[in-house]
Design a protein around this ligand. Sequence first.
Ligand code: ADP
Ligand code: MG
Ligand code: MG
Length: 482
Amino acid sequence: SLRRLKCGQFLAKQTLTLDDDVNDDTTTSPLASVSPDLLQQIVYDALVWSSLNGLVVGGKSVQKSGTVPGVGMVHAPFSLLPVNFPESHWRQACELAPIFNDLVDRVSLDGKFLQEALARTKKVDAFTRRLLEIHSKMLEMNKKEELVLGLHRSDYMLDERTKNLLQIELNTISSSFAGLSCVVSELHRTLLNQYGKYVELDFNRVPQNTAVTEFAKALAQAWKEYSNSRAVVMIVVQSEEHNITIRRTLAEIDSEGQLLPDGTLLVDGCAVAVIYFRAGYAPNDYPSESEWRARLLMEQSSAVKCPSISYHLTGTKKIQQELAKPNILERFLENKDDIAKLRKCFAGLWSLDDSNIVKEAIKRPELFVLKPQREGGGNNIYGNDVREILMKLQKEDSEELNAYILMQRIFPVVSSALLVREGISHQEETISELGIYGAYLRNKDKVIMNDHCGYLVRTKVSSSNEGGVAAGFAVLDSIYVT
Ligand code: ADP
Ligand code: MG
Ligand code: MG
C-alpha cells in the first residue's frame, strides 16, 4: 500500500551497503572510535549547518525573542547522531497513526462518552471543567462540525524488558515540532552523508521526515474545503511565542473577533477558514475571561478548528486511560485487527478509584507515573512523590484523586549519545521517545486525508523523568533504522 511504501521508501537504497551486525542493539556510541579532532569538526559543522538551515529557536535568554520574531536566535538542542531504532517498531508506529486518527474522530463524535468519562475529573480540575463547559454548550446548540481537521502526534517508548512499543500519550492539540523535527532529520542525513564512513553509518537509514510538508498540506486542504478564497488560516499563539508563525493571541482574537450570523468568523475584518491552535492547551494560556471568550467564539464559528473542543478533550490523559479499559475500543472501531494493534501499544493505565492499584503504587511508586490532565511537559509525578501524594489524598479521602491517572512507568532502552546544547556537546546515557505525526481531514462523510506523516524523536538523559524540548529536558533527534 501507499502507506507501507512511505515508511519503507528509504530501504531500497540501503540494503546492500551495510553489514547486518553493525547495528546490533548496542549501547556503545558509533562515535567511540572517532578522534577528538574529528568529533570537534563534526560538532562544528553541525552548528554551522543548523544556523544556515533554520534549526533555530528564539532563545529564552534574549527577552525580546519571545515577542519579536527573528530576534535572539539560538540553535535548537540536538543529538549529534540519530538513535538506533528497530525497523519493525518503526513500521508499527507508522501503521498505528491512521488507526489513532480514526479512533480520535470516532470518540470525538460521542459527546456523551466524553462528558461521562471526564465527569469526575471535571469536579477537581478547573481547566478541564472550562473545556467541558464549551463542549456542553456545543452539544446543547447541536453544533455540527462538517469539516474536521486533526493534526496529531502519538508518542512511544520502546520498553527495554519486553521490547514492546508502548504509547506514552496521544497529542491532539499543539502537537509540537513538526517543523524542527524535519530539519533535524536533514541535519543527520547531511552529517552521515559527509562523515558516515568514519562512524560506519549510512545516511539512507535516517528516514526522510515529511511532517512539516504534510501538516502544511493538510492545513491547505482544509482551507480549500472551506471554499472561501478570501478566508485565511489563523495560528493561535501564546503571548510570548518562541516559535515563528503568523500570530494572533487568544486575547487579540477576543478583541478583534466577530461572528457573522452564517457562522463565519471574522478576525480584524478577515474571514477565517482554518484555526490552528499553537496555544490554548494549558491553563496559563487563559489568564482571564477574555481568552475563554475567544475560545468559545471560535468553537461557535464554522471555521475548521484544529483541534475542535471535542478533539482536544479526546486527547486528554483521562480519555487515554478510559480507552484502555476492556471493551471500550470496541464501542468506537469495528476492525478487529485495528483494535488488536492499538491494544498492543497500550501501557498499563488506571483510574485512581481502583484502590488495589493505588495500594500497589504506594508500595512500589518507582513502577508508576502519576499524571494530571496537563500538557506541555513537566507536570507528571514520579517516585517518592507518587507515594506521598497518593497517601495524602487517600487519607483525606479526597476527590482530588480524580484529577490524576496512574500509568505504568516505562523503562526504555538506554544508549550512549552526544547531546549538543548552546554549542557545547556532552556525552550522556540517554533514552529516546518517538512521536509519529498523523493528519486527518474529513468533510462530512468523506475522509479526505488519513495518514501518518513524519516523526519526532526526543532524546534525554536516562536519569531525567520528564521529556520536552521546549521545557529544557530533551534534545531533538532522529532515528537510525536498524
Ligand atoms: P505531556 O502531555 O506533558 O507531554 P506526557 O504524558 O508526554 O505529558 O509526559 C511527559 C514526559 O514524561 C514524556 O515525554 C516522557 O518522557 C515521560 N513519561 C510520561 N509517561 C511515562 C511513562 N509511563 N513511563 C516513563 N516515562 C514517561
Ligand atoms: Mg501531551
Ligand atoms: Mg508528551
